[in-house]
Design a protein around this ligand. Sequence first.
Ligand code: 6PG
Length: 475
Amino acid sequence: MADIGLVGLGVMGANLALNMAEKGYSVAVYNRTTEKTDAFIANAGSLAANLVPCKTLTGLAETVRPPRPIVIMVKAGEAVDEQAEVLAAHFSAGDILIDAGNANFRDTRRRVATYAARGIDFLGVGVSGGEEGARHGPSVMAGGKKEAWDRVADIFTAISAKFHGEPCAARVGPEGAGHFVKTIHNGIEYADMQMIAEVYGIMRDGLAMTAPEMAAVFAEWNDGPLKSYLIEISAKVLEVVDPLTGRPLVEDILDTAGQKGTGRWSAMEAQDLGVPATVIEAAVAARSLSARKTERVAGEALFGASDKALKGALGDKEQTLRILEEALLAGKIAAYAQGFDVMARASETWNWDLPLGTIARIWRAGCIIRSAFLDDIASSYTLMGTISNLMMVEPFTGMLRSSNRSLRGVVAAAALKGIAVPALSSALAYFDLSRTARSTADLTQAQRDFFGAHGFERIGAPGIVAHGPWAMSAG
Ligand code: 6PG
């Protein structure tokens, strides 16, 4: 009998199954179209010995040794409910449904409750790392009952990425916590990607650099504090020459970004929790604006394109590149501070007790946002236990002290040149607002009270002033 079952042999499912098979587990696999299952087995080479193809979900349920863990790796949404329902009909107490897709954590919470009422455990497991990660070591963020996780932890730990030997797999909390953490991971991923793209825009349009030149810059940055998978692949992407044209491939890629929803959910949940996650929000909005190609083209015709050449606004080329590197680091600190803040608030709100230090640790390898920087975050959590805002603790405070000027310089120069840097600008505004003792919300409060009698607090006086004497100023 098989150790585990897996439903859905798309890119992620197929690679997860191969990864499990390679680690010595026997995996029963099922796909809605049988041809896909057959092709998968035919291409699995020696790993086929550990794979059991099943033609029906019933067959799959019968093939897995009870208590059955079955992974569902299908498109998030209704497909998960459909497959889970069929499987559940064959399940008995103690069996575990595992949704390893990018589900909305609110759906996961509902599913956990629905199946708990029927004696079935449901785990919502966030898996990051794309195709390569799924095959050779993803980062795994699990949510659900501890006893259910304990029964499958060995398998997920075995297939996960390792950071200096430490597995990047953990149960981060109950019910939808795993999918929530994966959602915030993706929100941070959007922010990271957008800020990298903005810096690329400054190099391309402000400094007229070629793709190979920019590739070399990213490659160099990958040896410094920005060392990360996303910087590494940015260098690699920019190096690729299109065999069709002989030009850098990136120059021929349509400039409209797709999005499947996790970034947007991340921003929506942040708003819902009342946490400012402005860099993530800006990154999501930038993707939406990028998709409006026709409007952008019309806009450029209407208002004209700005002269984007920086012309030494940030010093010579070498200085400018150093400033850009520092600006990116400052922006990154703000984005991660926001992402961790959202998780901290979610943890409080839903009593999840999210282990933020562990989350930083399991993001150090395997996942898309893996980086040297996450090791710094993990160390800070180990040292401090809890952190209210990453920007306010060392080593990040020190990093920001020296890099915020560069972020300011970049945002200011970009603004004057008409180069859009929405995520970097949001990071700067977040930083500035976060260190402004006296904000401008006094006027906002006065306005609210003027038109809505919402009351306000007076500095140094306890209680609420029910209504200000605004009528005195009336005409
Ligand atoms: C990961 C990725 C992965 C996927 C996202 C991207 O952590 O492995 O985030 O989950 O690439 O679905 O989604 P978008 O299509 O929204 O960019």
